[in-house]
Structures are given as structure tokens and as C-alpha cells.
Design a protein around this ligand. Sequence first.
Ligand SMILES: Nc1ncnc2c1ncn2[C@@H]1O[C@H](COP(=O)(O)OP(=O)(O)O)[C@@H](O)[C@H]1O
Ligand SMILES: Nc1ccn([C@@H]2O[C@H](COP(=O)(O)OP(=O)(O)O)[C@@H](O)[C@H]2O)c(=O)n1
Length: 262
Amino acid sequence: MARKDTRPFQVAIDGPAASGKSTTAKMVAQRLGFDYIDTGAFYRCVTLAALSKGIDPSKPSQASQISNLAQSSQIGLKTVFSNSSSSLPTTRVFLDKKDVSSDIRTETVSKHVSAVAAIGPVREAVLQKVRDMGATSASTSQESNSGRAGLVMDGRDIGTVVLPNADLKIFLVADSRVRAERRLQELAKSGRKEEGLDLETVQKDLERRDELDRTREASPLRKADDAVELDTSHLTIEGQVDAIVQEVYRRQKAASSSTSSQ
Ligand SMILES: Nc1ncnc2c1ncn2[C@@H]1O[C@H](COP(=O)(O)OP(=O)(O)O)[C@@H](O)[C@H]1O
Ligand SMILES: Nc1ccn([C@@H]2O[C@H](COP(=O)(O)OP(=O)(O)O)[C@@H](O)[C@H]2O)c(=O)n1
């Protein structure tokens, strides 16, 4: 799609759970000098806020309390990029000023987050917060390698709802067994693996969450018509990052030659 204005180059990355979205998005942002927003972290924060108040997100009667929490919670993200292209950027997540980066990644939060994200008013509140953050980052973005600022956002509805005019939309997929193996390994490595948690359970939970995300009424998980699908099952992280970075360069070049020929 040719770009009509000078707004930052936008990359939207969507896909099912543990398909590699946030790792890839962060590394793409680092390579290009773009900003990064992890929208899943917002839904995880609302879920954590509800659970810590003793609210059970699986009960539909609690939806309005959870929606109020989504509105009133203050959510912040801080991504620290590295100068070395081989080291992974880290994102710290703050809920009402408290660092909850680790607390929002537990299996308990993962188990409940899709029910929370299916509540319409919760999505409206999160969408507003994400748009506000996107607008702030657009004005403070680093200059990209190609002299342009940009933004990478990942989630479930970025290409369809949050950034419907994104310059590049990627839909990341991977076999659910492979995704479960990667998620289990990640939990073990970070010390967040709960006692007795096995591969079957992780795979079933990812599949259950994907089903909820795909079938909900409000902004379901789906590939945007103009998204490029990338299957990461047999790719390395570097391979998938490189494929996206090359596509950004290709589109930037095409957009600047179409502007200069006008
Ligand atoms: N191509 C890949 N090969 C091996 N591991 C990968 C690959 N892509 C992602 N991962 C790992 O899979 C796990 C899940 O990736 P993550 O980026 O958190 O996914 P998502 O944001 O889609 O949930 C992470 O531990 C990440 O390092
Ligand atoms: N844009 C988004 C991002 C996440 N979500 C919800 O938030 C949950 C957690 O997102 P996440 O990106 O942190 O999940 P993982 O793929 O990392 O497990 C998803 O399962 C969705 O239910 C959403 O509905 N819309």
C-alpha cells in the first residue's frame, strides 16, 4: 500500500498464542529503531488487577467490575533496546506504577486472560489506552535506519482494528505443538513454570485460548485480508525477524519511489 502521509511507518503483527509475536516484534523494532507496543500486556494487566481483587473472570456477572478496572487502571510499558542486534530487548510492564512484568506472565493469568479480553467494554478501554500510547510514541520515536520513525505493535486485532491502515501487516502462525514446546521452555527458563505443568496441558491451554480469541464477538483474532502470513514452525527467530525487516525496507523503498515519481 502506498503511504499518503509522513506518519511513522506502522508494522502490525497478529497471530495465535506463542506464535512468536512479541519476540519478533521487539527484535524488528530494535533492528529498525522503531517503537514497540505489546498490546497483550494490557489485557494481562487487567486480568491481574481483577484476580488480585478476588474477582473471578470466568463469571459473566463480574464483567462490569472488570470493565471498571480496565478503565481506571494505569498501564505503562517501557522497552529497553540494546545496541547489539543479537541481544533481546526487554519490556517492563507497570500496573498503577507497580512493575508487574513477571506477574502478568504466570499460567494463572494466561488461563483467564482470554475471558477478560472478550468483554466488549474492556476492549474499548484498552483500545483507548493503546491508541494514546501509540500517539505518544509516534511523537517520540527514534529515527529509523532509513531516516523514518516507526512503530511495531503486536496482538490479536492490530491489523484489523487497532492499526487498520498499517503499512505492513504480518500474521504469525506455528504448529500448536511447537508453540507449546517453546512456551513451556520459556516458562522453565524464567522460573515461572508451575509444579507439574506438562506439554499436553500447555498445548491444550494455548488451543483453548486461541479458540476463545477466534470465536469471540468483539474484535476476534483473524488474519487481515491484506496481511502476510508467516509460519514460524521451522524458522529461526533471526530468520523471521529478517524476513519482516526486508519486507519493511521493500515497502519503504516502493513508497518513496512512488512519492518521488508524482
Ligand atoms: N522461530 C523460533 N524458534 C524458536 N523459538 C522461538 C521462535 N519464535 C519464537 N520463539 C520462542 O517462543 C516463545 C513464544 O514467543 P513469544 O514471542 O512470546 O510469542 P507470542 O508473543 O506470540 O506469545 C518465546 O520463548 C520465544 O523466544
Ligand atoms: N490485541 C490483543 C492482544 C491480546 N489479546 C488477548 O490477550 C491475551 C494475551 O495476549 P498475549 O499476546 O500476551 O498472549 P501470548 O500470545 O503471549 O500468550 C490473548 O490470548 C488475547 O485474549 C487480545 O484480545 N487482543
